[in-house]
Design a protein around this ligand. Sequence first.
Ligand code: SF4
Ligand code: SF4
Length: 523
Amino acid sequence: MNQVAQPLWQFPGGLHLDKQAALSHHRIAVSTVPPYLIIPLLQHIGEPAQPIVKVGDYVYKGQIIAQCADAHCDVPKIAPIHASSSGTVSAIELRSVVHPSGLEAMCVVIETDGKEVWNSDDRSPLKCTGMTPEQLRHLVAQAGIVGLGGAGFPAHLKLRPGDIDTLILNGAECEPYISCDDYLMRERPEQVVIGARILSYALGGVKRCIIAVEDNKPEAFAALQAVAHKDEEQFKIATQQLDVVQVPTLYPMGGEQQLIRTLTGKALPRSHLPKEVGIVMHNVGTAAAIYQATKQRSPLLSRIVTVTGDAVEIQQNMEVLLGTPMQHVLQQCGLKADMARLIAGGPMMGTALHSAELPIVKVSNCLIASTAEHLQNTAPTMPCIRCGSCERVCPAQLLPQQLYWYARSKDFDKAQDFNLFDCIECGCCAYVCPSQLPLVHYYRYAKSEIRTQVSERKKADAARRRFEFKTFRLAREKEERQARHQQKRAPVKSGVKAEDKKAVIQAAVDRAKAKKAAPSEEV
Ligand code: SF4
Ligand code: SF4
């Protein structure tokens, strides 16, 4: 590793939060196999995968159970879904999943047999440098790996070759309470480092790879530094330089734009992607998943989840099979009877859940179980007093109070004029708001309404185009029919002269004679 002094820049806004992560400072425990798994078909950004199993089928651990509808698609836009344990498919139906709307989504339910029978016994590590970057990208796609930092973007879609010179691994886990990435880096640093090298290789080689860790995680930083030379020789062609860099502890440092700004000084223009400035960013958990897909031949079947809050006896990080009901995970942590609220994700960006029967999915990084006692501190909301505190902390340099006003009054056009979709829903504005306004709820509501309107408009446009095309087709067919009809009747209609009629009859007689004269030719 070539360790160099890394110049750092500061992004606008942000907050110094009370980390509270100390609550969950325990080693990674492994969750038991639950009696049944609820596996949603949509665990990534994009369209849901299509099931390829049916009720009653026996499925093996690691077997693909849902995938892109077009099985021959070269670069599928979705990540396939695997059975995370062996068992029998007992239902394919709508179930509640983690979503702010509380809507249901299609899930495959598997009754597990507890035997963990794999679909293949071959667990031998692959030699990645013996594969082409294209083959590696295909392997990542088949392993169902998505961004494990929370976004859920299919990882292989961020491995397209291009003018990428810097790969950043995001280890800046900045929300209070959450420590799953911290413990991954502490306990499995070689998975992160080798995963980073494999990612660099799959990108066709990058000049530099940076693993960014917040400076409140000294153990993770030291563990990564200790293994940063791992497999360096093998991957020399993939990256010229790999640096582990400490960044300041400032929320939301883990945001894509904020971390890029901090490490490179580059401010991404609105609606632009990092690859447009030669950068690709992946989460450290995604790098570890890529390590497991290649070195252990395991698709993405589990993830590390921080379980915390005052309604559990043991606050710890747990490796949990995807599809495990949250209740099963909480019970292993000593769930108390008086749990009053459950949040999926951190306190700043998480979603309050109405049930603990919801499944753990690829992006579930944290469960916060709170008692009623903890919730009693919630103050009532008051009108906005235009103090401007929200504006000062907004890392996206927006005007949160204006967005709130337009979202509340359902003036969605105006909200978009004020760049509503640049809001990363970090919650900094709501955190400092003296009126306790649930600002992010309003932004999510407005975004969801706008998306629904756009989708309805698209559907209406498609229906209109279909109707117009049908009308056009029917008119064209009618015209063609009329033209054929007229052609048939043309000699009669046009009133052909008697001489012409004679000529036509004579021509027919001649043709008949010619046929008689040469019957074989006619045959
Ligand atoms: S912080 Fe709250 S009260 Fe102050 S301007 Fe923003 S929304 Fe209004
Ligand atoms: S939630 Fe949105 S508006 Fe509020 S501070 Fe974060 S980016 Fe700004």
